[in-house]
Design a protein around this ligand. Structure first.
Ligand SMILES: [Ca+2]
Ligand SMILES: [Ca+2]
Length: 101
């Protein structure tokens, strides 16, 4: 019985970080929108590849290869106009990047 009580908080904290929970989802959307504004240097509501590259550099994100950015652009840019709109960014949250092959 003692052990059961010890496990309870663990269980509760696990459900709290469930990636499919609405809270976690909202957090992801918010984090992305924050980044979106930061990466959208010319504030035209769209992220181009150049802006993403610059954003990644300025966020000190290292080890992202051009091929990975290619894959990211392809995944996010649904209407294939060379830029990721806010809608496309939000839409892509619901369909995570496929694993690297
Ligand atoms: Ca832009
Ligand atoms: Ca687009």
């Amino acid at each position: 019985m003692k052990y059961l009580l010890l496990l309870l908080p663990v269980f509760v904290s696990c459900t709290g970080t469930d990636p499919h929970s609405e809270v976690a989802h909202n957090r992801k959307v918010m984090a992305l929108q924050e980044k979106f504004d930061r990466f959208d240097y010319n504030a035209n509501g769209k992220l181009t590849r150049t802006e993403i590259e610059q954003g990644l550099r300025e966020s000190s994100v290292e080890g992202v290869t051009p091929a990975e950015i290619d894959a990211l652009m392809k995944h996010y840019d649904i209407n294939d106009d060379g830029g990721i709109s806010r809608w496309e960014a939000q839409h892509a949250i619901n369909s995570p990047l496929p694993e690297h092959q």
